[in-house]
Design a binder for this molecule. Structure first.
Ligand code: UD1
Length: 429
């Protein structure tokens, strides 16, 4: 199993190209199931989760091709992926495929909308809480699907197609909003999604669906109106830049000091995180090419932060923020409200010398003068990257074990950080 070796201490200076967003690419790829024509996605990140979803879509009968390198393109450019679901040959998404990644469960929406049936295994993914699928089931039932749970699979049927309806989510859910939006695009009549997720990735999917002929209004607000259409067509759409990757590297720079341009980053998609980083002591400037992050010499300020659905502070940056403020001059409080078990990085950060006390969903982080390198183990995607950025600021050598979690969500992290002066390498085994 690969490991990452880091020798901390160097400031980061240079340019980091931000990749296409994993959390946008996955639903966009799944949207290809809604049409028999070709969906072309540009700026698709090269990630293990994308590869896994390609396998799943392939099993349903989706033809896929990747464009070759183009003149003037550097090695960091995303892929152009062509997806054609001419015939869906199989409406079953089996356990072996779905258990590896929670988002693959989302195929249930397009499959039942287009084919009138789907059998999808209950999902797996990062071990960050129980992550049930009750909101998905309720939404699909509202749209007229019959749902059974059979042998660990969700079986959805709508022989005469889905019908538009009012869907009220009991809690903000990104995944179920994606699925309901896709399914309702092919339902008969109007659907209104209330308490919908407002994440930028929802807007990105809605923009793509509209390019495919869907009639959607209000994406990015908590009420989304969808007028169902009979069929959707092919389209071409670029995956939005990854706001979580952006925030992660911004925190790395805040932690090590230095001056880095996060190329292609879109400030509006992470304003709350930018505000928090500014409070901590980083200097953040939007530029024509992205976001410039600087920190010179000064200490880090402690913060009080609560994770919330967009536009609040994202849970996907909580672990990284905790690594950052572990070096602050004072005591920070970080409350996690989205996932009940997303503190697995705490004991690993402690191995590097961080002082973190957990009380239910609240972490109290007392800044320490220094972190020291150690062997640590990644336990989920965002936890693993928090260990990497802590390692960049720690004295001596840090080895991050089990980096396959990192490869699920961060493209070429060692090249991107290494290019800015970090001592970081992958040890393949
Ligand atoms: C997505 C993101 C993930 C991010 C999360 C919250 C992708 C691929 N993943 O995950 O990176 O951390 O949003 O921003 O985009 N819930 C239920 N029942 C359900 C569905 C969700 O109780 O049927 C709960 C979850 O356990 C959680 C909360 O609702 O407590 C929000 O989850 P949700 O927004 O659905 O997360 P994902 O879409 O899985």
């Amino acid at each position: 199993m690969d490991r990452i070796r880091i020798v901390g201490g160097a400031p980061l200076v240079g340019t980091i190209p931000i990749s296409g967003a994993k959390n946008a690419a996955l639903p966009l790829m799944i949207a290809s199931l809604l049409t028999d024509q070709t969906l072309i996605l540009d700026n698709v990140p090269r990630l293990a989760d994308v590869t896994q979803l390609k396998r799943i879509l392939s099993n349903h009968g989706v033809d896929q091709s990747v464009d070759g390198k183009r003149a003037g393109q550097n090695g960091m450019a995303g892929e152009t992926l062509r997806l054609t679901a001419g015939d869906i040959v199989d409406t079953v998404a089996p356990y072996e495929l779905v258990s590896k990644m929670r988002a693959s469960f989302w195929v249930v929406g397009p499959l039942v909308a287009r084919m009138g049936e789907a059998r999808v295994s209950l999902p797996g993914g990062c071990a960050i809480g129980t992550r049930p699928v009750d909101f998905f089931i309720a939404a699909l039932k509202d749209l007229g699907a019959d749902i059974d749970i059979d042998g660990g699979d969700v079986v959805a049927r709508a022989k005469n197609g889905l019908r538009g309806n009012r869907v009220v989510f009991p809690k903000v859910t990104v995944g179920a909003t994606h699925v309901a939006m896709m399914a309702a695009s092919l339902a008969k009549g109007e659907t209104v999604l209330e308490n919908a997720a407002r994440e930028p990735e929802i807007v990105d999917l809605a923009t793509c669906l509209i390019r495919m002929g869907a009639r959607i209004e209000g994406a990015g607000t908590s009420t989304i109106h969808i007028q169902g259409v009979e069929r959707l067509t092919g389209a071409r759409h670029p995956v939005m830049p990854d706001r979580i990757e952006t925030g992660t590297y911004a925190m790395a720079v805040a932690m090590t000091g230095g001056d880095v341009l996060l190329e292609n980053a879109i400030p509006d998609t992470l304003q709350t995180a930018i505000d928090v980083l500014t409070q901590v002591g980083a200097e953040i400037t939007p530029t024509n090419q992205g976001i410039r992050v600087r920190r010179n010499g000064h200490g880090l300020n402690p913060v009080d932060v609560t994770t919330e659905p967009f536009p609040g502070f994202p849970t996907d940056l909580q672990a990284q923020l905790m690594a950052l403020v572990s070096r602050a001059d004072g005591r920070s409080h970080i409350r996690e409200t989205i996932f009940e078990n997303r503190f697995m990085h705490v004991q690993e950060l402690a191995r590097l010398g961080a002082d973190i006390r957990l009380d239910g969903q609240m972490a109290t982080v007392t800044g320490v003068g220094r972190l020291t390198g150690a062997q640590v183990m990644a336990t989920d995607l965002r936890a693993s990257v928090s260990l990497v950025i802590a390692g960049l600021a720690a004295e001596g050598e840090t080895i991050v074990n089990r980096v396959y979690h990192l490869d699920r969500g961060f493209e070429r992290i060692e090249d991107k950080l290494g290019g800015c002066g970090a001592t970081i390498e992958r040890l393949s085994s």
